[in-house]
Design a protein around this ligand. Sequence first.
Ligand code: PDD
Length: 277
Amino acid sequence: NTILYNDSFLAREQGKVDMEDRGYQFGDGIYEALRVYNGKMFLLDLHMKRLERSARELRLSLPYDTDHLVENLDKLIRDNQMDYGYIYFQITRGAIARKHRFPLEKIDCVLTGSIEATTKDEDLYPDGIKVSLLDDIRWLRCDIKTLNLLGNVLANQEAFEKGSADAILHRDGVVTEGTTCNAFMVKDGILITHPADHFILNGITRIFVLQLAERLGIPVEERTYTTDELLHADEVFLTSTGERVAPVIQIDEQLIGNGVPGPISKRLLDAFNGEVE
Ligand code: PDD
């Protein structure tokens, strides 16, 4: 297994991180996760744009430009011979004696990336999933894809302990998103999802699913909605790079719709699968 380490390629065991890396100490860094279908990175430009935005928001300068990064990720795919895979990479502000403020001298970022094999995963959740509804205790810049994920981690663990596949989060009764994914609901044929502001990560899959909905003539509203609306929705589903479109059939004790994946969720997943074959 080869990994990307800054601008070089190493065996997995050789990738070592300094104990004073700011990513390790503060979660001071950013990341992206993307899928490889048929040897090609899916929705690559959107992922690179989001990476550049995350870097700007944290005033972190990338070690090299995204064109070169794309070349390196392509090499990572070829070196590991993976036609279907999941790429994860992160960039931290670098390693230096621990102080909260940014380093005064220029230090090098640390970039690490790896790829793992996946299957084609057309229909990961044919029967849908159960989720829990939990408080969103995260900070107020959920739009930045940072390494700081404790609010997500704690909620995801709590959901797991409740026998759920994930949690849908809410702030004072307003639904935001999942712990690793965006949340959508359908009511009376209208697709509704939280607007892309500071309260959610603007998922690349979210953007793509909104485009698919437009193409299929499904009306869309990007607006906030309450937990009450969510629990009485006709359909609910989650979207992410790993899950594509995951139908939610139960939220805690409440069945959604008829307790089976709904027709609009299925149409969107079919359309999605059609794009990545
Ligand atoms: N999670 N919201 C949150 C909080 C996320 O962590 C993610 C992705 C998404 C969906 O984004 P996208 O469609 O670009 O994958 C929404 C990644 C995959 C992760 O942390 O592993």
